[in-house]
Design a binder for this molecule. Sequence first.
Ligand SMILES: *Cc1c(COP(=O)(O)O)cnc(C)c1O
Length: 426
Amino acid sequence: MSDRLPGFSTLAVHAGAQPDPTTGARATPIYQTTSFVFNDADHAASLFGLQAFGNIYTRIGNPTNAVLEERVAALEGGTAALAVASGHAAQVVVLQQLLQPGDEFIAARKLYGGSINQFTHAFKSFGWNVVWADPDDIASFERAVTPRTKAIFIESIANPAGSITDIEAISTVARKAGVPLIVDNTLASPYLIRPIDHGADIVVHSLTKFLGGHGNSLGGIIVDAGTFDWSTGGKYPMLSEPRPEYHGIRLQETFGNFAFAIACRVLGLRDLGPALSPFNAFMILTGIETLPLRMQRHCDNAKAVAEFLAGHPAVASVSYAGLPSDKYNQLARKYAPKGAGAVFTFSLKGGYDAGVNLVSKLQLFSHLANVGDTRSLVIHPASTTHSQLDDAAKVKSGAGPDVVRLSVGIEDKEDLIADLEQALGA
Ligand SMILES: *Cc1c(COP(=O)(O)O)cnc(C)c1O
């Protein structure tokens, strides 16, 4: 073996996996079992007391899921990871370790619509209060900090317009406030952006999107950067104080730079229960093997489609950070030099009716509410996901009546452009 560190594409295929020690199976087997036999009574007791690592029950951990966890931790440059049932489950489990009832967290206003709903409504019933800030105005994050602030949450490439967030600037605010920065890296994937390299303390993903990549399996993951000191000032009692569930151990003291991932598993996943099925872990692992190839193709196709749209007479404007004229192009060059992702919006001169008409005429683009599939996807937010908002609120959230959102797939770009051309022209 050479002492060269493996590159990203090699990690995407190999990290965390080895031939199955009992059967020699080369692909990672699906360990479709709920539970695991203990060696003896002492072994069982040490597993339950967190004195030894091992498998107990698939709600807490599973060997197929463990390969997925190691692989994504390696790709993101973190110390450890925890796979869960969905991206939304990852967000609940992360915040449950950080917030007590009455606490606050600051979130960027530009987010996946489901996250806006989860933060605004569901989390309120837990007593967790979201305070919104504008990712284009870093000072708005500083102004939002209070003594009850426990975390800052942003997306690296943000929904719906594919805007690029200045992760380093916001990580400076988080450090000054003494709170961790959580980055939802779903739209970028670690192939385009590794938030930990820019100061993120925790990375979350919806594995459902580009990492799984084929629109066939839900999943989520939490990556611990190992960078945050949880012991200061009693601010994070789940990590710093003795845990009655585990004979009084303190997680930070016992597990050091992967204590957060352990807390998410043994306090969050164990007790809240959103476990990932080993079958889905297998599907997502298979997807990750081709992540670098797919992601580059997604980006190259998205750029070609954005350029075509920018030159079309029916199109009023295109928001794609990969275009040199775009407001976010400088940030894209810094944070995502390989490509600005594949999700972006454009607006039509013909307004609402033109948006509805375009969506109904497209043939290759599927009209649905998802992103990060091999297939190209389209949605007209004003008539679907954002139809409940009034006109002013639609415009504010980037979903005005004239706006169409694309998730560009990995088909031949000429076919995608021809489909858009016939739908726009007719
Ligand atoms: C889809 C998505 C989520 C939620 O993930 P699920 O797997 O659907 O629960 C969160 N953040 C972003 C950016 C997403 O695209």
